[in-house]
Write a protein that binds this ligand. Structure first.
Ligand SMILES: [Zn+2]
Length: 376
């Protein structure tokens, strides 16, 4: 007897190359089975999801959910409800000095899964305010590889990498030096670095040259300056080379980091970002980013196939954070899934420069299963 069976949905699970109409069953918190006719085998709850898409629970690899303790943080539950996100990867809201509170006050009580990149700055993103920013990586005394390594080991079950924010208003005169400290800590931990690229300094090439295979460049569709594409709409050579070396490209939409023209040029050049994410925070939750599902709808509207869009928010981020058991509906995987409605019509999407694009499709969450249970 299964706990839940979803029948008749289009199951899109790129982790196993699956895109077919079939049933999915959940038991004991896990995916129990995939296949035809599971609805007839007995379940406490059966739901017909014909005409809808069933996907692994979405993973938002760039979110800010340290609500209440950092100004930019939002409530994970609120974002999950709107988007079908079951795993949030917090992108450096907390540093070594503030992670313990994140664990006790937010992560442990939350019914959703939250893991994190630990900010190389001891205080985390402490100085993001309404209309001002005190960059946490602009103060060299806060960048402490030893403290970062110690905290990451103490919370090894939750930490999937080290975060550093670079850019003229974030790392200021410390510049590329902030990345050097982050890489030093990450090397010691055997974990990836997630690098936020902003306006120079530092320059794109100096950043990419220092990144290692498996490191993640977030805000990869940002606008000029430090865009991934040039004025001819070509991918810059150092960006191509970085992908060949195994650097992971993440969207991290946010309020100020997504340019439709850059994203479209990347897609047109066959350079689809590896990972789609929202960078949801207090100033992007009401648009233009909203959440990872809206970011997915934007790429769907640019003509990217549904299975590629789903991969970029399920198995690709799972691989990037070395948790391949997530983002999959293989039997035995954690029982996280989302049922999506694909609406057809004319939908207006906005980027960080206030440019709008009209798309023909919009994804909306119809239901979520978290840990093998309905999540309302
Ligand atoms: Zn962010």
């Amino acid at each position: 007897m299964y706990d839940i069976v979803l029948t008749g949905g289009r199951v899109v699970d790129p982790s196993q190359g699956l895109d077919a109409v079939t049933d999915v069953a959940f038991s004991d918190g896990k995916v129990a089975a995939l296949g035809q006719g599971l609805g007839g085998k007995g379940a406490k709850s059966t739901r017909d999801v014909s005409g809808q898409v069933v996907a692994p629970g979405l993973i938002d690899i760039h979110a800010h959910v340290y609500w209440g303790a950092t100004f930019l943080g939002v409530e994970a539950e609120r974002v999950a409800r709107a988007s079908g996100t079951t795993t949030f990867v917090d992108a450096g809201s907390a540093g070594a000095g503030t992670f313990h509170g994140f664990r006790k006050l937010i992560i442990e009580p939350c019914p959703l899964r939250i893991v994190a990149f630990l900010n190389i700055s001891h205080a985390g993103i402490f100085g993001y305010g309404p209309g001002f920013m005190v960059g946490e990586s602009a103060e060299l005394r806060l960048l402490h590889a030893g403290a970062c390594v110690k905290a990451a080991r103490q919370h090894a079950d939750l930490i999937c990498g080290v975060k550093v924010r670079l850019g003229n208003n974030v790392s200021e005169l410390v510049g590329i030096g902030a990345l050097d400290v982050a890489v030093e800590a990450a090397e010691e931990l055997g974990l990836p670095v997630m690098v936020h690229i902003g306006a120079p300094p530092p320059r794109r090439k100096d950043i990419l040259d220092r990144m290692r295979p498996g490191d993640i460049l977030t805000h990869c569709c940002r606008m000029f300056p430090n865009a991934a594409t040039d004025r001819e709409r070509n991918i810059r050579r150092e960006v191509e080379e970085a992908r060949e070396r195994g650097i992971v490209f993440d969207v991290g939409h946010g309020r100020g980091s997504f340019d439709f023209d850059v994203a479209r040029a990347m897609v047109d050049n066959g350079f689809m970002p590896d990972v789609l994410s929202s960078d949801v925070h207090v100033h992007s939750i009401g648009g233009p980013a909203f959440d990872v599902l809206v970011t997915m709808s934007k790429f769907l509207s640019m003509g990217v196939a549904l299975s590629d869009v789903v991969a970029a928010a399920t198995c690709n981020p799972a691989r990037a954070i070395a948790r391949p058991e997530l983002g999959s509906l293989k039997p035995g995987s954690p029982g996280d899934a989302v049922v999506l409605a694909v609406h057809e019509g004319a939908f207006e999407y906005r980027d960080s420069l206030n440019k709008t694009v009209t798309g023909k499709k919009r994804l909306e969450p119809a239901a979520m299963i978290v840990g093998g249970k309905w999540w309302e």
